[in-house]
Structure formats: structure tokens, C-alpha cells
Design a binder for this molecule. Structure first.
Ligand code: ADP
Length: 473
């Protein structure tokens, strides 16, 4: 048996607690009972002794009458005269008439006081409680009446009660033991079940679930273990998918670079122009590879919370103008239109200027990349304490069922088109992460072949007067 098991610990605690309560309680009950019996006997012999002494004083009874009455009750008595000599005795074998009681024992009696004492009969070893009352005649003590009651009977009764107490205590102890066993089993079974489940989960069996239905702490622990297993499973699945995506994304440009390099090495080109073309392709694939690795590195840093932002109050119009300026060439190359509108008196936003520009450039580049004709519109609007940034285009659009996935890493709407249009497939994942890190949120809406609209929202803190904290005119 393992002594550190919960069952044993809990069981022994309950039993110890039980004994701690039961033993003193038994002791107290015993004490109460003993003193109750003693007081009862004491009161009884006191009443009898006083009554007999009174009867003798009044001359209403003689020693003989008292002897007769005593024979009908279960008490014994003896009467002494004014010298302490026993002149009448009922039922006490060893006390003979004419014997005397020691003066020191009966001295208080001759001062008119009652007295009580214990007495053990020498031959029988019977023990008695004794109560003596003085017999008075014209204010003088002329003797005394001693009433004796055996305490053997009392001991017998107390022993009976003690036996009963012990028996019921033992019964209660057995009951508590049984109860403890059942309770401990009930508590430890789910714990053992959960321990086995967590060990299986730790070994990689992530489909393991704890089947426990209770709405207490044990139930919620089981639920937490199940949620942990589910989270781990999701994490493992996405990690596997992530690695297979990465290897695919890395392998494609490497295959191209390798292929074109072999063409060049084996001089499989017709002329210098074709050779230049292959070299350009190698350069662009290497560039693509570099971008992919940089994006991957950046995203993993963000996901680990290792990216540090330079937060300051920034003017969004300035940031957007910079981003538009950078994209202008590409817009012109594709023959697209780009217009923009910024609300007046826009509040400053607390964010990282460079990261914000990275977000806007990314969204604008996507809009240019996935739009062949029409125009791109950028806007920054303010409504109450909300600032929203819009970037919309009249491009290919995104099917509705895929909208929820486009912020996922490596997600592309049309896989075949990805090579044609470039991009790592990580851009929107990075955009979303950056916006969230700066306290904003991003939404997308789109209609296939009509266009796409990205909307970023920031809540600006308002000053107590209702206006926004700081504004640019
Ligand atoms: P990529 O580097 O491939 O552009 P992103 O993460 O930036 O990766 O975008 C994910 C996918 O979302 C893109 O491959 C594209 O299919 C789709 N997408 C993004 N922006 C637009 C847009 N403005 N119009 C249409 N499709 C878009």
C-alpha cells in the first residue's frame, strides 16, 4: 500500500478527526454521568438522614421505627448517641451496636452541622456514601442519624452506560471507516482516470479525452485536460501544416534557381539575350526566397511576442502618403488609378510609424497585384472615437467562403496564380498581427470579380471634454 495516496491521506485525516471528536466527547459524557449519579445518591441520603433526624428530634419516631422503614428501602443507617456510641444499626454487618465512631470524624455533628463522607466496610469491601445529620433536643445535639447508600450499584450502572457508549462509539467508528473508504474511492477514481489520460496525452495520444461529467472542481479539471489535449492537437496539426507549407514554398524557388543554373552551366541557351533572361530569373527567384525567409522570420518573431514596436503618436495621413508614394510606380506601370481621401482634423494614433507604413504598403501592393483594371481607393475616416483606414480595389475579389482564411499563413486564393503574381502568402498574416499589436483590428469584405475592401479600425482615447486627445489639422 502506498502511504502517499490521496485515499490513505484523506482516510486517515477523517479517522483522526473522528477520534479527536469522539474520545473527549466520551470522556465528558462519562464525567457528567458519574457526577449525576453521585449527586442523585447524595441528595437522596441527605433527605433521608435529615428526615430521620427530624423525626427522632420530634419524638415522632423511634430507632426501631426507622429501622423498619429502612428495611423497606435500599439504604442502611445507624444512629449514635451523644457520646458517639452506635445505638441502632440496620444491615451493616461489621458495625456492631455499642461500637463508637472516632471523635474526629463526628466532631462537626456535635456542632450542629451535617456531614458527608465515604465509608468502606472492612470485611465485604462494600463502599458507601454516608450522610449524617444531628438529632437535636432543646437546641442540644443528643446524637446523630447516618444514612448510607452503597455506591456499588452506581458503579454498576455507570459501567453499563460506559459499555453502551463504547459499543456505539465503535459502531460509529466502523461506519466512519466505511464512509471514508467510499468517499476516498469516489474522489480518487476520477483523479486516477485523469492521471492516466494526461500520461497518454504526454506520450502523444492527443485524441485522449477524460470522460467525466460532474459540475464541481474535478469536472472542470477534466474539462481543462480535454481542452489542453484539443489545443495541443490543433497546435500539432497547424505546426505540421506550417512545416509542409514552408518546405513547399522554399522548394519551389530553389528548384527554379537550380534548373536555370544548370541551363547556364550546360550552355543550353541560344544567345546572350536568353542567357541574360535566365540570369534575371535566377535573381528574381533568389529575391523571392530572401523575401520569404524575411517574412517567415518576422512572423515567427511576432508570434513569439519578440517584436518590439516603437510606439509614439503618429499622423496616419503622413504614413499613408508615404506608402502611396512608394506604390505609385507600380500603379502607373499597371495603368491603374489611385485616389485617396483623408478626413480633416484626424486624431493622432498611438502606434509604430514604420510598422504602420509596412501594413499600408502591403495592402496597397496586394490591391495593385490583384487588380488588372479599374482603380484603387485609400481613405482615412473619423467617426466619434473611431478612426478607420480603408483600402479598396476593383480587382479579382475573393470568394466569400475563403474570406475567413486569407489571414492564415500561406493561404492563397488561387494557388496557381501565386507564382504569376509573386508574394509569400504571409503578407496578410503579418498585417493582421501588426495591427493587433498596435491595438487595432482588421476586417475584409469582397465580391468576386468586383473588388476587395480592407478596413482597419483604431479606437482613440477621448479626453474628458469629449474631444479626441490630440489632432492634426
Ligand atoms: P500574398 O503574398 O500571396 O499576396 P497575402 O497574405 O498578402 O499573400 O494574401 C493572401 C491571399 O489573399 C493572396 O494570395 C490573394 O489570393 C488574396 N488577396 C489578398 N489581397 C487581395 C486583394 N486585394 N484582392 C484579391 N485577393 C487578395
Amino acid at each position: 500500500m502506498k502511504w502517499n495516496r490521496v485515499v490513505v491521506k484523506l482516510g486517515s485525516t477523517i479517522i483522526i478527526l473522528f477520534l479527536v471528536v469522539l474520545l473527549p466527547m466520551g470522556f465528558v459524557i462519562n464525567q457528567i454521568l458519574t457526577s449525576f449519579y453521585q449527586k442523585n445518591i447524595q441528595d437522596n441520603i441527605k433527605a433521608l438522614s435529615t428526615r430521620y433526624a427530624q423525626a427522632l428530634s420530634d419524638g415522632a419516631s423511634t430507632a426501631q421505627t426507622i429501622k423498619t422503614i429502612a428495611e423497606f428501602s435500599d439504604v442502611k443507617f445507624f444512629i449514635i448517641n451523644n457520646t458517639g456510641k452506635i445505638i441502632a444499626n440496620s444491615g451493616l454487618i461489621t458495625i456492631t451496636e455499642d461500637a463508637s465512631l472516632p471523635d474526629k470524624d463526628i466532631a462537626p455533628l456535635f456542632e450542629g452541622k451535617s456531614l458527608s463522607m465515604d465509608y468502606e466496610e472492612p470485611t465485604t469491601s462494600n463502599r458507601y456514601m454516608v450522610y449524617g445529620s444531628p438529632v437535636m433536643l432543646e437546641n442540644t445535639v443528643v446524637g446523630g442519624v447516618f444514612v448510607l447508600s452503597s455506591i456499588e450499584g452506581m458503579h454498576q450502572s455507570i459501567q453499563n452506560v460506559q459499555r453502551l457508549l463504547l459499543l456505539s462509539g465503535f459502531g460509529a467508528f466502523l461506519l466512519a471507516l466505511g464512509f471514508t473508504f467510499v468517499l476516498s474511492k469516489k474522489l480518487s477514481t476520477p483523479l486516477i482516470q485523469m492521471e492516466q489520460a494526461t500520461r497518454r496525452i504526454a506520450k502523444g495520444d492527443l485524441g485522449t479525452r477524460v470522460r467525466l461529467k460532474s459540475n464541481d472542481e474535478i469536472g472542470s479539471l477534466a474539462q481543462a485536460i480535454n481542452e489542453l489535449a484539443l489545443d495541443l492537437k490543433n497546435y500539432r496539426d497547424t505546426r505540421n501544416e506550417f512545416f509542409s507549407n514552408i518546405s513547399h514554398e522554399l522548394r519551389t524557388p530553389i528548384t527554379y534557381v537550380d534548373g536555370y543554373a544548370k541551363v547556364l552551366k550546360n550552355k543550353l541557351y541560344q544567345n546572350e539575350a536568353e542567357k541574360e533572361h535566365y540570369l534575371d530569373l535566377i535573381a528574381s527567384e533568389s529575391n523571392r526566397l530572401t523575401l520569404l525567409i524575411e517574412d517567415l522570420f518576422e512572423l515567427s518573431k511576432m508570434e513569439e511576442g519578440k517584436v518590439s514596436l516603437e510606439m509614439e503618436w503618429i499622423d496616419l495621413t503622413e504614413v499613408m502618403e508615404n506608402a502611396i508614394h512608394k506604390c505609385r510606380l507600380k500603379v502607373n506601370e499597371k495603368g491603374l488609378q489611385l485616389d485617396y481621401h483623408f478626413d480633416k482634423q484626424l486624431p493622432l494614433i498611438y502606434g509604430d510609424g514604420l510598422r504602420m507604413e509596412q501594413v499600408f504598403t502591403n495592402l496597397l501592393e496586394n490591391a495593385i497585384r490583384y487588380t488588372n483594371e479599374g482603380h484603387i481607393h485609400a481613405a482615412i475616416n473619423k467617426e466619434n472615437n473611431k478612426v478607420s483606414i480603408l483600402i479598396e480595389d476593383t480587382g479579382f475579389g475573393i470568394p466569400e467562403e475563403e474570406l475567413s482564411q486569407i489571414f492564415n499563413r500561406f493561404y492563397r486564393v488561387e494557388k496557381s496564380r501565386s507564382r504569376e503574381y509573386g508574394g509569400s502568402g504571409l503578407g496578410l498574416a503579418i498585417v493582421k498581427k501588426l495591427i493587433e499589436l498596435q491595438g487595432g483590428n482588421i476586417q475584409v469584405s469582397s465580391e468576386l470579380n468586383k473588388g476587395t475592401r480592407f478596413e482597419i479600425e483604431f479606437i482613440v482615447p477621448t479626453s474628458p471634454g469629449g474631444g479626441v486627445e490630440s489632432e492634426v489639422g
